[in-house]
Each structure stands twice: as structure tokens, then as C-alpha cells.
Design a protein around this ligand. Sequence first.
Ligand SMILES: [Fe+2]
Ligand SMILES: [Fe+2]
Length: 472
Amino acid sequence: MTASADYGEKIPNNVDLHEDRRLQRALESWQPNFLSWWESMGPTLPTQDVYLRTAVDVGREGWAHFGHVAMRDYRWGIFLSERDPDRRIGFGAHKGEPAWQKVPGEYRADLRRLIVIQGDTEPASVEQQRNLGATAPSLYDLRNLFQVNVEEGRHLWAMVYLLHAHFGREGREEAEELLHRNSGSEESPRILGAFNEETPDWLSFFMFTYFTDRDGKYQLGTLKESGFDPLSRTCEFMLKEEAHHMMVGTTGIDRVVERTVQLMLEHDTDDIAPYGGIPLGVVQKYLNFHYSVSLDLFGGETSSNVANYYTAGLKGRWMEGRRKDDHRLTDDAVMVDALVDGTIGQTEVAALVGLNTDLRREYVADCQSGVNRWNRILADAGLPQRLKLPSVAFNRQVGAFAGIEATPDGEPLTAEEWAAQKGAWLPDDVDKAHVRSLMRPVHERGRIASWIAPPRNGINGRPFDYDYVHLA
Ligand SMILES: [Fe+2]
Ligand SMILES: [Fe+2]
């Protein structure tokens, strides 16, 4: 097992691909399909080259190389974190047994399903974001968009490698399907709802990278705990790349709020739309939307499937190793959100069945940290307004609250009340049209659009006005 990538190969990898000719050939025959998917469904803005990070190693230091590359020549590779030969399963019925290097027969279908669902989200976001390059607020942002896109492409490679290496013909078929489903398609949509929504503007993009990519971070965190060691190691390395996607979202919204605050102070009004900014109320509505559809990605508050995945050792909890319990949870109980006599309350269930809620709680706390950060920008400017995460019952399509409507404060509403008032809480046509009207490309070095503040730092020590992208 070599940690560094072999870049002499067609498919850069640290999994000794050349030692398994069959697997190598299978992946080499998938590669042109991936590239034609990238050409037809990937970024539409023509570029000569982009200042991109490419994964070249999995060590703590120097795992990535930065340089200008033509995107179609990007070296998508297969990287697993280094193997710990003593690793043991950390939870469930197999706790304490050596981690599996091969798929256990009885869990084959479940593991394949988990990998396919994760894999499906990766190319989906590239598809959702494909037209954003045309309206980038700066070359710096354009570069970040493309960085996220190529890495989501690499994450697809990561999942396809597992499918090819461990799931035989069915795995290869699933790998093909991952390229055939498309975000928003009528005939063959992506598996999860949030990945069929549009990402039509950059405010949506930043909200997506903050809220929806963050769901990905939590899902990867649970798969990193998996008893199936190749999956665990793959996810561990993906999480490293994911940190940059989180940064893009967090600082993107920081910068929107910063600019909004500037304009509010300068013009002494909340209504900064005429001055080329995004009003805080519109930011809140976008937040409400992206947060609520991202909560849906966690599934129902209770799930017997997820209980089974945990007991089987396939999918753990966030930071499983730091939990101070028996890591089996067979006798434990937990409170989960529920509809109780028509109102929003809680109910007690077996801890195993409530694992989706456990993960969602970690996620919600993490989301709150972003909101606190944006509110500090408001507070530091002496403004009384604050942003807020809506109630878990707001705008839900999945889980306990799918059947009801509620205000962002969690007050139940009738269907008529909801229809009459939802425009106050979710982006309406006027909001969307305004945001879209601001989406004019700024493709000159060192310049920035009217609706967003420049970043504090550039990428890899480069200044903001660096030539991050050369357009075609
Ligand atoms: Fe990803
Ligand atoms: Fe991501």
C-alpha cells in the first residue's frame, strides 16, 4: 500500500490499481463515460485553465497540489486514507471484531445501497451548479465553484471505485446508473429530493454549500465509522476535501451579510434592493429554504433501516469513538421530535431507532454556529436584526412533520394559512427575480460584484486579485 499517488497511470490512485488488471480495465472503461458526463453535464462556462487543488497524497501535510489546469485534464484520482492494520469495528453487534476488508455476504445489498445513495449526491451537485460560472461574482468565487465541482467529481470516483472493486457486476451496473440519473430529470431524477432542486444563483450556491454539503459531511462522518474498512478510509479522505466546500459556504454567506450590512448602514434602510444588495429578509428566506430541504436529507426521525445499519456495523454515529456509552445501544432510549396530538413535541423511542435524530441534532448544532457567526456581523455593526434557523417542523417533506405546515417558529398552520403566508418565509418570485437580476458576471481580476464583499483571504496564500481563472 503506497500513500502517494501514481500519476504515471491513467487513473491516479493509491490503491495499487496496477496490481488488479481486471479492476483497472473496468475502471478505465468507465473513465470515458465519466468524461463525457463531465463534458455534457458539468460546468458550462468555457475556460482555458483554473487554479485548482488536486489530491496527490493522503498524508497530513502536502496532500494536495495547486496549479493552473485545464478542467477536462483534471486528474480525478482514487484515494483511500492510510490503512490501520489493527482497526476494529467500533459499534454494533460486531463491535471489537477486526474491520472487514471484504464485503460480508449478508450485508452486501445494504452496503451497496449506502454507497449508491452517497455516490448519487456527488455528480448531482455538479449538475445543479453547472450554469453558475456564467454569473460568478469574481474570479476567486469562480475558482471555488470549479474546485467544488471537480472534487464532487472525484467523490463520484471514490464511490465508483468501491462499487467496481467490491460489488462485481451489480456494482458496475450501479456505476453506470450514477451517470445516467440526472438532477431534476423527469424520467430518472437523482435519488434525494434536495439534489433535484435548482441552484440557479450564487446566494443559493452559498446556501447549498453551507447547508446541503454539510449534510454530506455528516453522512460521510457516519460512513467513516463503517466496519467495512475500504468505505471508512474512502470517506475519511473525502472529509478532508469537504472542509473546503464548507469554507466556501460559510465565508460566502459571511460576505453576503457583510455587504448587506454595509449597504444598510450607508443608506440607513433595510430595503437595500435598489442599491444592488440582497436584503437581509431575502437572505433569511433562502436560509429557511435550504435548511429545511437539507433536514429532509436526514430521513425520518425514526428509522428501522438505520437501526439495522448500526447494529450490523455498516454506519455509525457522528464521532462514534468519542461517545461514552456501550456503542451497542440495545437498551437505550432517546427523545425524538414528533407530532403529539397535532402539536410539535417529542416522544421517546429506542435509541437505535432514533439514530437519524441523533445525527440531525449534531448537524443542527453545527448549522447554528454559522448563524451565530453571521449574527455577530450584524451585532458588530450595531444592527438589531438577527438571522435564525427555522423550526424543524417548517417546510418539511420528510419525517414527522411532512404532513403538517408550520411557521418558522414552529406554530402549526392550516393548509390555507400556509398557502397565504409562505411567501413571507420562503423566496417568492419577486425575491428570486431580484437575486437573479444581481447575478451579472464579474470576470475581471480583483473586481467583485455589488452584492457581496470580497474575501479576507485568497486561495493557497494567493491574493484576491490573483488570476485564478483564465477564461476561454
Ligand atoms: Fe462530495
Ligand atoms: Fe462537497
